[in-house]
Design a protein around this ligand. Structure first.
Ligand code: CP
Length: 360
């Protein structure tokens, strides 16, 4: 018994030291045999991986349209089980992951709040996650605490039952699978004009606490001749860690509060809402910044091919009348999340090549 307890303590020891390392030194832990095993950071994705995920998502989308294709897909992983541990509110990440699992035949369980798990009795989040690993083959986690998914994956990789962990959003830090679906949306939208390479992208709103724009910025290093425009009120400017990353990778970015001057020149406008949930006193913050909104009048100002994106949910950033314009792609963007998440899960379980090359 004493020895068992000591082993458990060893498993949790060393986290702080690991957590504070440079990201480059951490990535190996989350891969096995040259493939990603856990999906924690956007920095884990390179161009070849992103291109293959986009192709796989399109193939799954195509197959799922017919009963024959859908039956083939749902027979692929019906011996696998996944846990969706979403203890921070979510609509689309949760539903799209749930449906992505079901497309591939994976059985799912879910916990959507710490008050409905034994954490209410004092069980630690780490022990909770280890418990999931006793029952399932994949854990998808959304948590309000920065670094939670990373710690989960790190802990499980030190146990006798490591299972893959996907970060479905960790505090204001990262949302790597949102970045995947954003890339898929950008690539599909620009298919007829050479794809994402060479494009100008504006990110607008709460860039300081918006994990989606943070993760997407990291991915820009994989594309040629990208220019970024960070459009935000002074208090919500992009943090230095992202700007340092962009400088290191020679990706030009411009910071401005003058949204009007940016609208006519960019190829994509990525709107975000004010993330009041991370404020010390949310009731004291406004989420209405009219100079940083898109209205129907802007439709005559932006370029004819310029797409309008939003990770959603929206508040006031995009007027509802904009939704009917073909350049407003945010509803397609959220649906793309289901296809690219199915692609990612298929990859993690090693059935990606079967779907790409055998399911014709
Ligand atoms: N984009 C996104 O993460 O949405 P949800 O919070 O609804 O999952």
């Amino acid at each position: 018994m004493v020895q068992q307890k000591e082993e458990t303590i060893q498993i949790y020891r060393g986290w702080d030291e690991f957590y504070h390392q440079e990201i480059g030194g951490k990535l190996d832990i989350f891969s096995k045999n040259g493939r990603l095993f856990d999906v924690i950071f956007a920095q884990q994705f390179d161009r070849s991986f992103l291109d293959s995920m986009c192709s796989l998502a399109s193939q799954i989308r195509l197959l799922a349209k017919t009963k024959t294709g859908a039956d083939k897909l749902s027979g692929l992983l019906n011996h696998k089980r996944a846990m969706l541990y979403f203890v921070q509110p979510s609509t689309r990440t949760f539903i799209s992951f749930l449906n992505a699992c079901h497309i591939l035949g994976i059985k799912t369980s879910e916990i959507r709040g710490t008050t409905t798990s034994s954490e209410v009795k004092g069980e630690s989040p780490e022990d909770t996650i280890r418990t999931f690993a006793s029952y399932v083959d994949l854990i998808i986690a959304r948590h309000p605490v920065e670094g939670f998914a990373e710690k989960t994956a790190w802990v499980l990789n030190r146990t006798e039952r490591p299972v893959s962990v996907i970060n479905g959003g960790s505090g204001p830090d990262q949302h790597p699978t949102q970045a995947l679906l954003d890339i898929y949306t950008l690539e599909r939208s620009f298919e007829h004009i050479g794809g994402l390479d060479g494009k100008k992208i504006a990110m607008v709103g709460d860039l300081k606490r918006g994990r989606t724009v943070r993760s997407l910025s990291y991915l820009m290093k994989n594309y040629r001749d990208i220019q970024l425009y960070f459009v935000a009120p002074e208090v919500f400017r992009m943090k230095d860690d992202i700007k340092d990353f962009l400088k290191k990778h020679d990706i030009p970015f411009f910071e401005t509060e003058d949204f009007a001057s940016v609208k006519p020149v960019v190829d994509a406008i990525y709107m975000t809402r004010i993330q009041k949930e991370y404020a010390e006193t949310p009731s004291k913050e406004t989420d209405v910044y009219p100079e940083f909104h898109i209205t129907r009048d802007d439709l005559g100002i932006i370029q004819s091919h310029c797409i309008i994106m939003h990770p959603l949910p929206r508040r006031y950033e995009i007027e509802i009348e904009v939704d009917n314009d073909p350049r407003a792609v945010y509803w397609r963007q959220e649906r793309n999340g289901m296809w690219i998440r199915a692609a990612l899960i298929a990859y993690l379980f090693g059935v990606d090549e079967e779907i790409m090359y055998e399911f014709r």
